[in-house]
Design a protein around this ligand. Structure first.
Ligand code: PLP
Length: 458
């Protein structure tokens, strides 16, 4: 057994001893759910942690263990758990009906708030997940342009719709661009004839693809900071270049701001003062309830107008349901410029603190991110593309996740972190201390500056 396998086994054993209730529930769950889980991203061995309740910045599991939650349901809970104003809005709405099944003033109000924050979303519609938002934005682009193909970014996760499930986690030896690979079994193999793939931060390759295939390309789908691949930050001028290159061939640009909306009161587009043709949102705008939204220029979004002939059918039993609308309104009412600034400061403290722990120990690593978001890479920075990010041995991310979990801090197994407004410096400083301890425990396995990793490929 290698050193890393041995350490992982030790940590897993300690975790299993601390979480007998989760283990029992996972065993029970396996009888009715494949793998005992209902969300691939929340599974980790030996068994996922079953949570019982959330309070502000903390989660409590079924065994009574408390965790500071640096994930916040994968960046959606900008105010932490059970925020009193959101909880009150939901319970008040619950007593009046959660899903009346008809248009409501609440839908109009939330659409107005979003449109005011993101002026490029002149018109928008609601759905129930980011996946649906991306699906509808793609359909919209196809219907508006009369073209069939899209370009997406390698390593970008834009939800579970087939056209987005291309080259999300391709292996290091995947053939060159622009041909992508379906993400897994069940994704239509035919999708690769309609979805081309470009590397992030590489305007030259994107321009080449657009020049070569432009007349068939309905849209370029891009997350302005690629969160899944490890908070890849756009080079100065890159996003403006993407918009210009797409426009030059008559293609639309779809900004997936499902994660990045939180980076200002109006997402990355608000920070940079740029306007994509279409934008997709989810997570934060639902105040902790299921949500998605997509929107853009009025003339583009007109393809959903039921008064016109030949428009896109966009249905959904819970689209714009009352409970989600009031929760979203409450979340955004309490997420203004000052809140963004407070989170930016907290996020900067987190990134600097984690990086300090790395540097003090001579570990090869870089903490990348912006605003309230961070990602720990165990390789030299900056990490500009998905292929750069592949240099982090996966086992180091797993170890960090498990080591922090045992110390009462929750981060994504892939080492994504997010702060929320329920947190203070104390939680962030505690996280950094715990992270230092994890690096100490794994001193023989984390890559060192000048030495590299003993675990390349693991
Ligand atoms: C950037 C991005 N796009 C789309 C999605 C899909 O959103 P949902 O999980 O609500 O379907 C996610 C989810 O994590 C995401 O991070």
């Amino acid at each position: 057994m290698s050193i890393i396998e041995d350490l992982e086994r030790q940590l897993s054993t300690t975790y299993a001893l601390r979480t007998p209730g989760s283990r029992a529930l996972h065993e029970r769950a396996q009888r009715v759910m494949p793998g005992g889980d209902t969300r691939t991203g929340t599974f980790y061995p030996p068994h996922p942690t079953f949570m019982e309740r959330g309070e502000g910045s903390e989660l409590v599991d079924v065994d009574g263990n408390r965790y500071v939650d640096f994930l916040g349901n994968y960046t959606s809970l900008i105010h932490g758990h059970a925020e009193p104003r959101i909880a009150a809005a939901i319970s008040e709405q619950a007593s009046r009906g959660t899903a009346l099944g008809y248009p409501s003033e609440q839908q109009v109000a939330l659409a107005e708030v979003i449109s005011a924050r993101m002026p490029s979303m002149q018109q928008l519609r609601f759905c129930n997940s980011g996946t649906e938002a991306v699906m509808n934005a793609i359909r919209c682009a196809r219907a508006f342009t009369g073209r069939r193909m899209i370009v997406k970014i390698e390593g970008g996760y834009n939800g579970a719709y087939d056209a987005a499930q291309v080259s999300v986690n391709p292996g290091p030896h995947t053939p060159p661009y622009p041909t992508g690979v379906p993400e897994g079994p069940g994704v239509s193999p035919g999708v690769i004839s309609e979805v081309l793939v470009a590397p992030f931060n590489d305007l030259e390759t994107l321009t080449w693809i657009l020049t070569r295939y432009g007349r068939d390309i309905a849209a370029v789908l891009i997350e302005p900071v690629v969160s899944m691949a490890g908070m890849l930050l756009p080079d100065v001028g890159y996003l403006q270049g993407v918009l210009a290159a797409a426009r030059a061939v008559g293609s639309l640009t779809i900004f997936d701001e499902i994660v990045t909306f939180r980076l200002s009161t109006g997402g990355v587009q608000g920070m940079l003062g740029i306007e994509p043709d279409l934008t997709t949102l989810a997570k934060v705008i639902g105040g902790g309830l299921p949500v998605g939204a997509f929107g853009g220029r009025a003339e583009v979004m007109a393809v959903f107008d039921p008064r016109r002939g030949g428009t896109i059918s966009h249905s959904g039993t819970y689209n714009g349901n009352n409970a989600t609308m009031v929760a979203g309104l409450a979340a955004l009412e309490t997420y203004g410029v000052d809140d963004v600034a407070m989170l930016d400061a907290l996020g900067a403290r987190m990134r600097a603190g984690l990086q300090r722990e790395i540097d003090e120990r001579g570990v090869l690593g870089c903490v990348q991110g912006v605003g309230s978001l961070a990602h720990v890479h165990y390789c030299a920075g900056p990490v500009r593309t998905y292929r750069d990010a592949l240099r982090t041995p996966r086992a180091t991310s797993r170890l960090t996740h498990l080591g922090l979990l045992l110390r009462g801090y929750l981060v994504a197994p892939r080492n994504l972190l997010a702060v929320n407004t329920a947190m203070t410096d104390a939680e962030v400083d505690g996280l950094c201390v715990a992270f230092g301890e994890v690096l100490d425990v794994g001193r023989d396995v984390f890559p060192r500056i000048g030495v590299g990793s003993a675990m390349a490929g693991t």
